[in-house]
Design a protein around this ligand. Structure first.
Ligand code: SF4
Ligand code: SF4
Length: 489
């Protein structure tokens, strides 16, 4: 760094005062860090452009070396920029480059393989059919030709995607088995695992997961999933909620409980997928954490209701507090409680979204192909965004819908510009947006309040040693944090 070079704080620098320190991050690039009062003061100085020597004269208790090192660190995080730098343009340039190379498939990283559209449950609140918004989607969902994916279709679909990925220089792929209830088509799942294994013979690393209702396991399935490291994501809301029924009307709980025992004995990794919704609100509580622990489950993913009405029926505070209580209790008991809302925070900690990620929280906006049994490809099982057919994978990548959905990874909607979590949040799920507004370039304001409030809480409560933490030596004069905080704002 040249000693005369001047820097100033980025207009995207965000400050969150905490008890005893301050959290800082770049609202486009992340890099969430904690800084003490002295460093907050030093950051303040760069409100007006300064070089290292000028800054040193204002804060002589920092050595020149310390000031330089501070500048280098925060420049690399984007907190300090050259006064002439137009950050917006730099970022737009990166986005344009991504857009131009979309047809190569370099953004793809996930296949959601819908191996069947049949289900052995009849849940009153299943999202299927409730959020679909196009004729193509409805037709696909009810078509008798789109029930079970054949092993041949699975092979062609995955091989086509691998071909594209390898041509674009990518080295890994996630395959998520999805449905309906995917275990109703165990034949195809087993074929995929045996045929593609971990991807070695295709020269690509393949990881798997499955989203299931948890009712159809046996020893063979558990053994295969252990062998191929397949995390088992079981949709399960609460040991107190008993409104999930099998097609024959019987309560599904006993079969799920029995299968948890099988999976536990076998040593499988199990994750609960839980929905906080109008239907589950009253019994969504810490009993789930206790139940998870008893059954060898150490991760709970919490999703929010896909029906926008939920956010009118319940106020933001009640929704946030419900989830927060479970999150804190889970932390205490050693059960990770996470979800899209937590990924926002995780992305904020990770540095440079553009460099390392192809999506924010919703994989359907950026990196996912949801492949139906027929070979039709949508953005997600929860979306009506139709890309094309997997037999014509290169055409699919050229489709306007594919481009629109993928580029949403970089901007949800015009209303997001300037939001404090702008570049980490994917907004509301695509399906409900398509259904309610007929477009995905829009936000659902009440859900935004929930995401923002939860992110603030996570920032306020993050432990010092879990993210980057910058402090001056203990005997440096202690400065007035609040005064500095006010200046920074
Ligand atoms: S969807 Fe809402 S919360 Fe998310 S970035 Fe946009 S405005 Fe912010
Ligand atoms: S559209 Fe996005 S948010 Fe909705 S279910 Fe699919 S991946 Fe999740």
């Amino acid at each position: 760094m040249c000693v005369d070079e001047k820097f100033q704080t980025s207009k995207y620098l965000r400050i969150v005062p905490r008890e005893g320190d301050v959290a800082v991050y770049h609202s486009l690039l992340g890099g969430l860090s904690l800084v003490d009062a002295n460093i907050t003061h030093l950051l303040n100085i760069f409100h007006t452009p300064q070089n290292a020597l000028e800054a040193h004269t204002v804060v002589p208790y920092f050595s020149k070396e310390q000031v330089r090192s501070f500048i280098a660190t925060f420049k690399s995080k984007g907190f300090l920029v050259y006064p002439s730098c137009n950050e917006y343009d730099v970022i737009q340039q990166k986005i344009s480059q991504t857009k131009e190379s979309l047809h190569k498939g370099s953004q793809i990283g996930v296949i959601q393989l819908v191996v069947t559209n049949n289900c052995n449950f009849k849940c009153s609140y299943c999202f299927i059919n409730q959020i679909y918004a196009s004729e193509k989607r409805y037709a696909s969902q009810v078509s008798p030709l789109n029930r079970h994916m054949s092993t041949e279709m699975a092979r062609i679909a995955i091989e086509n995607v691998i071909k594209v990925l390898k041509e674009s220089g990518k080295s890994s792929l996630w395959i998520q088995f999805f449905g309906g209830e995917p275990l109703l088509n165990w034949k195809t799942i087993k074929f995929v695992l045996e045929h593609f294994e971990k991807g070695d013979k295709y020269g690509i690393e393949i990881n798997y997961s499955i989203v299931t209702n948890g009712s159809l396991f046996n020893h063979e399935i558990a053994t295969y999933f252990l062998k191929y490291n397949v995390p088992i994501i079981i949709s399960f809301d609460s040991p107190r909620g008993n409104d999930r029924h099998l097609l024959d009307g019987k309560n599904a709980f006993p079969s799920i409980k029995r299968n948890l025992t099988i999976l536990n004995k076998n040593g499988n990794r199990i994750i609960f997928n839980t929905v906080l919704s109008k239907e589950t609100f009253d019994f969504f509580d810490t009993a789930l954490v206790d139940f998870a622990l008893k059954n060898g489950v150490y991760e709970i993913g919490v999703l929010f209701d896909l029906d926008p009405i939920f956010y009118e029926l319940k106020n933001t505070c009640d929704i946030v507090n419900k989830l927060w209580d479970m999150y804190i209790y889970g932390n205490l008991k050693g059960v990770v409680v996470t979800g899209y809302w937590h990924m926002i925070f995780q992305k904020m900690v990770a540095y440079d979204h553009f460099k390392y990620n192809s999506f924010k929280t919703c994989s359907a906006t950026g990196c996912q192909l949801s492949i139906e049994p027929s070979g039709d490809v949508f953005a997600c099982k929860a979306s009506s965004g139709y890309f094309g057919h997997i037999w014509e994978v290169y055409n699919l990548l050229l489709s306007d819908t594919y481009k629109e959905y993928t580029m949403r990874a970089f901007r949800n909607a015009p209303e997001c510009d300037g939001c404090e979590i702008e570049n980490f949040c994917s907004g509301f799920c695509l399906g409900p947006l398509e259904k309610k507004y007929g477009t995905i370039q829009v936000i659902e304001k009440r859900t935004c309040d929930v995401y923002r409030e939860l992110t603030r809480k996570l920032i306020l409560n993050v432990e010092k040693n879990s993210i980057e933490n910058y402090q001056m030596p203990p005997n440096t004069p202690y400065l007035n944090m609040m005064e500095d905080f006010c200046l920074l704002r």
